[in-house]
Design a protein around this ligand. Structure first.
Ligand SMILES: C[S@@+](CC[C@H](N)C(=O)[O-])C[C@H]1O[C@@H](n2cnc3c(N)ncnc32)[C@H](O)[C@@H]1O
Length: 358
């Protein structure tokens, strides 16, 4: 292509956009540091302060804190007063950066950049040769996933997610058998077991660190109705009134087998509650997704790739509603309702009922 066929204004505009991408990606890394060090949390509670005061308040090295504050300031996250040499985190910014923000804390999510950056060479190899990346290449995954989703479960699981299935709260109160597949560190199960002491809960996962953390939390909470097992979801056993899968099915090596096993393990009249990414299976319908590029990025660097790493289906994070519904139908579910939790821009919940035998 010669330069006279190039729209130079468009070229310049796009170059500007790429500069913004570079800067914003870098800010993501600094935000991760801000979260892990507690700098955001401390700054939120301080009056305008010098880097030395902020370093003292956080117990961190002043030189590093000052350099970080430089990036935060030119990136529009903190404010700087040159006359006083003080920095301030506006409360409007703290509202999405601190632990106190709960499910709204986006700084916590930025920790995933380092997680996926660690596997770039392995992902590159998979681009060339196929295959994927093993779970063992993501040593912090369970911890970060639990940190991310626990805040959401604390805020919404009992009061907003469970009621999406009509009558489920009442049945859980009375006492039923429930299973959570791909439970990770099991926080969802432990919350449910605490809230509904008459019901019996089981969580399963293939991650040893996940199951160990889940058992520790159950023990710490003194729960006798929450149990956890190291089991592949495709080979799940037992029979249940409720089966849940939160952000799991698209990661699996064998999602179709798992959904069939779920349908087989549900008692008549039972409920499968599946939370997954709210996206379309058609790329052209995903332009307006608030986290579109992030979802495809995490798919390439984790969700699709761990599944392919096990020789699996590689559905990917953005498998979408149409594919999910088709696979639920193929597993034998005919009564499926899609529900949303207010304020949750990431997930859609599929409430699938198993018909009561005539
Ligand atoms: C994205 S995480 C979701 C964890 C948890 N449900 C949550 O909401 O935080 C997906 C989980 O599925 C688990 N997993 C992947 N393949 C599995 C399999 N075949 N059987 C059981 N669990 C599996 C992973 O170890 C991981 O804990």
């Amino acid at each position: 292509m010669t330069t006279d066929t190039v729209d130079l204004a468009r070229q310049e505009e796009f170059a500007g956009r790429m500069v913004q991408v570079l800067n914003d990606a870098c800010l993501g890394y600094l935000c991760s540091i801000g979260h892990r060090t507690g700098l955001f949390d401390t700054l939120a509670g301080l009056p305008p302060s010098t880097s030395a005061e902020i370093a003292t308040a956080t117990g961190l090295n002043e030189r590093y804190v000052r350099e970080w504050l430089g990036g935060m300031t030119v990136g529009g996250i903190t404010e700087y007063s040159p006359d006083e040499g003080t920095y301030r985190l506006p409360p409007e910014h703290a509202a999405t950066l601190t632990r106190a923000a709960g499910p709204d804390n986006l700084a916590s999510f930025m920790q995933n950049f380092a997680l996926i950056g660690n596997v770039e060479d392995e992902v590159l190899e998979a681009f060339r040769k196929g295959g994927g990346v093993p779970y063992s290449s993501y040593p912090r995954f369970q911890e970060l996933q639990a940190e991310e989703t626990s805040r959401v479960y604390d805020a919404a699981l009992i009061d907003a997610v469970v009621p999406l299935a009509p009558g489920l709260t009442e049945r859980l109160r009375e006492g039923i058998d429930a299973l959570d597949i791909g439970t990770g560190q099991g926080h969802a199960v432990n919350l449910l077991a605490q809230a509904f002491p008459n019901s019996r809960f089981r969580g399963l996962d293939m991650s040893e660190t996940g199951i160990a953390a889940a058992r520790r939390e159950a023990e710490h909470l003194g729960l006798s109705n929450a149990h956890f097992d190291l089991v592949d979801s495709a080979g799940l056993t037992g029979s249940y009134d409720l089966i849940t899968a939160f952000d799991v099915i698209h990661d699996l090596a064998r999602p179709a087998e798992t959904l069939a096993a779920v349908a087989g393990a549900l008692r008549d009249g039972g409920t499968f509650l599946m939370g997954d990414i709210d996206a379309s299976s058609k790329l052209e319908e995903n332009f307006d997704l608030a986290l579109g590029p992030a979802l495809y990025t995490f798919s390439v660097f984790y969700c699709m790739t761990v599944s392919l790493g096990e020789g699996g289906a590689g559905l990917g994070t953005v498998w979408g509603r149409q594919t999910a519904q088709r696979m639920l139908n193929e597993a034998g579910f005919t009564d499926i309702t899609l529900r949303h939790v207010e304020g949750d821009i990431i997930n859609v919940y599929y409430v699938a009922r198993k018909a009561t035998a005539a």
